[in-house]
Design a protein around this ligand. Structure first.
Ligand SMILES: [Fe+2]
Length: 285
């Protein structure tokens, strides 16, 4: 089977086990078939417009303010918290598959990079799902919002915009919030979940780095100023990119520049983004 057909199948799979199996099939077939040009060759004629990637049929999508309250205290609230991480990881599988599937005319390295991300996201999802199952719940038992996939859909017309707003904004947010979450979970003495979060955190630095690399590469290729473009994009898409702490250390490791990190910090405190960007730029000159 052709790589992009396999990717399409994986992306559209709604059953959890089916999706995991078909991603693993890609992982195994790639080892044997990378030398076969037929496995890779493709044009963009068969690419589907996917308004919703496959998610479990029983998973109810609701607006973000209707998602069940998470808590570190009650069992159900804690399960809702772990479920929200499972949901992020399941979405992350779809996001990585979609990048590899949709932007197939980019160099093979792009496809490889996002496949590697998809393989790691399957691992993250499986680990976190196990933690949820130990509490007596499973993925699909709680309601979830669709912000991540919505952004993938909105940016499906251009890999540069996708790289700018999905890995660099939404996925990078995970780097900011994970350390504090780990601390609270450690206080609860759920060390197994802490270990899973450590694996996720470590790998996510690499995923954001891949997003940063391709964002910069595509911007350079088009002769665009990457920072100026980023500012325009985040105001156009009205993203709440930095509510709270910005993990400068992890983001620096993930390929953000000093200038961008200063901008992000100022932006976070800002109610008037445009003015604050100008302020940050003048500060860093
Ligand atoms: Fe992940």
């Amino acid at each position: 089977m052709h790589l992009f057909d396999l990717l399409e199948k994986s992306l559209l799979s709604c059953e959890i086990e089916d999706k995991i199996q078909s991603v693993n099939l890609i992982k195994n077939s790639i080892k044997h078939l990378t030398g076969h040009t037929g496995y890779w060759e493709s044009d963009d004629s068969g690419i589907l417009d996917i308004d919703q990637a496959g998610i479990p049929k029983n998973l109810q999508l609701v607006p973000p303010n209707q998602v069940k309250k998470r808590s570190y205290v009650s069992v159900e609230g804690y399960a809702a918290l772990l479920h929200s991480i499972c949901h992020i990881e399941f979405n992350a599988i779809n996001l990585a598959l979609d990048a590899a599937y949709r932007f197939r005319l980019l160099p093979k390295k792009f496809t490889f990079d996002w496949l590697k991300v998809a393989f790691e996201e399957v691992y993250h999802f499986s680990l976190m799902r196990e933690r949820l199952q130990e509490l007596g719940f499973d993925y699909g038992d709680f309601e979830a919002h669709n912000n991540l996939w919505d952004m993938a859909y909105k940016t499906s017309y251009d890999p540069l915009v996708r790289m700018a707003l999905v890995p660099r904004v939404l996925e990078a947010r995970g780097l900011d919030v994970t350390p504090a979450m780990q601390k609270k979970i450690a206080q609860k003495k759920d060390f197994k979940t802490c270990e899973v979060l450590e694996i996720i955190y470590h790998d996510e630095v690499g995923h954001v780095k891949i997003g940063n690399y391709w964002y910069q590469h595509l911007a350079n290729q088009r002769g665009l100023d990457a920072i100026e473009l980023f500012k325009q994009l985040i105001s156009r898409y009205e993203l709440f990119i930095c509510k709270g702490y910005v993990n400068k250390e992890a983001r620096y490791e993930a390929g953000f520049s000093e200038l961008e990190l200063n901008l992000l910090e100022v932006f976070e405190k800002s109610l008037e983004p445009q003015q604050q960007w100008k302020f940050a730029l003048s500060r860093t000159k």
